[in-house]
Design a protein. Sequence first.
Length: 189
Amino acid sequence: MRAALTGQSTTVAVAAQAERRSSLATRALPAARRYGPMVAACFALAWGISLGWWLLLPGTRTVELVVPQGAAEAVAAGRPDVTLPDRLELRRGDTLAIRNEDVSVHRVGTATVPPGHTVRIAVTTALLGAAGLLCSFHPSGSIGIAPLARPGIWHTAIPTLIAGVPLAFALVLTVAISSRLGGGREGES
């Protein structure tokens, strides 16, 4: 008899648990229908803002390299000039502007830069593939090139999550609280 009662109470408990799950599912579905579009709109807004910032990233830049006054004299004497970088960080599409403030003519790669002039070199894939540029004013005789890449569009995912989650949470919470305070009367004026 006791086994039968235990079996019966287990069946009742399992049925009650199934009913609670069913009740939760029936409550969750309208909530998903109601709040789902709001959450999607928040993430779309956050992604749109993130994409806008990504599009505003400078596609090309002008990287300036200044030949300091006395550079030819320093190279001839074997003195290193600490103001010159060992390498240039460039990306395809950039412009390398070489300004010669020295009294001597200098060469960078295939460009000749007269004193007091600025020469612009377009940064191409071929230039980025080179290990460095021959450089008449650098103590080592060449200046290295470090190729940079523009961040991919997938870099917009992290800001979208960072902005989208709290924005969606705040909107859903605001709508849920206002509908509770209004007594759930959505159609009334």
